[in-house]
Design a protein around this ligand. Sequence first.
Ligand SMILES: *Cc1c(COP(=O)(O)O)cnc(C)c1O
Length: 398
Amino acid sequence: MGTMEQYIEDAEKALLHTYNRYQVVLDKGDGVYLYDIEGKKYLDFCAGIAVFALGYNNKRYNDALKDQIDKVIHTSNYYYNMPAIEAAKKIKKVSGMDRVFFTNSGAEAVEGAIKAARKYAYLKDGRTDHEIIAMEHSFHGRTFGALAVTGNPKYREAFEPMIGNIRFAKMNDFESVLEQVNEKTCAILFETVQGEGGIYPAEEEFMKSIKKLCEEKDILLVLDEIQCGMGRTGYMYAWQKYGIRPDIMTTAKALGCGIPVGAFLLTEQVGANSLTSGDHGTTYGGNPLAGAAINIVLDLFEENHIIDNVKETGAYLEKKLDALVSEYDCIETRRGVGLMQGLVFNRPVGDIITKALDRGLILINAGTDIIRFVPPLIITKEHVDEMTAILKTCLDAE
Ligand SMILES: *Cc1c(COP(=O)(O)O)cnc(C)c1O
């Protein structure tokens, strides 16, 4: 076996330079810990970017996937398969939505949601100039449709022209949304809790005002739950806290807990009046392996009372982070819900994250000045204590 340095050198010669990776080659995981190829142990508060909700090396999850691999991995969407049917029924139940389309990623779920919204509007008035309102500081993925609704010009500029007819408003500023609404508006799309953009939860009044506006004008409310969904905020989907229901929603990341799957979900009304045969498709989407992953993930969520743990441990994490805000002048505030939290610093956090990694703690940022906490949803108070102890040694060493 080569050294870590050799592997990193090989990687830099072969892979396209689209990521600034941390200088570590990860090898395996167990529970909430990851190990690099030299055997060093890391407490993981990133979870593969809000993906590995159930932790690593969960035997039930691994066995379910192995069983499915031994049966069949892929068959195509020309035929029905049992795991996908089961997965669709389960995801309907936990989300309260009516129709499901399985994708391979989050961005692809956003693409589908945009197509469904445009088709719904097209069937109503036959126009082809509909507009979508998205939010500043949003993140919806890197494909063209998803990028076009991502409210960060830095991600978009070099790739212009985007798909057209997108307008941007400000999250939690209802007036700014109203200013963008006109007779062409077909959808208002945002993350229930903005993730990459800096952990901004939608305020209750904002959410309710938008829902009311959408109902009055038959505009579709499209919520991106790719990061904040799947139990992370203490609700299966973050919008469930507000007593509303979106017309379309997207989910991915923790949905497959590591198997690349996503989905967009629709109400019956939108499902029956938008995409139909020939309008949309994917080769892999909802294949038996993906279906098996979703099934075991949703089963384990229920059996292990994941949502209850998020509520309890999330409250504890909040308390601990708030204590850090009081203790350290370089930390301005905390924002977030459940196990999706951000600590806002008065300066870039890159060096703190690198220091933490050296000390065996995996953290990530959201923007330059925010440390983001999106750990596996099985973490305990002891893990939170372990994390804060390491983080404090990094801050004290500044
Ligand atoms: C990660 C993310 C996406 C994109 O998902 P991919 O699987 O990377 O394509 C879209 N929206 C939100 C809110 C995300 O956090």
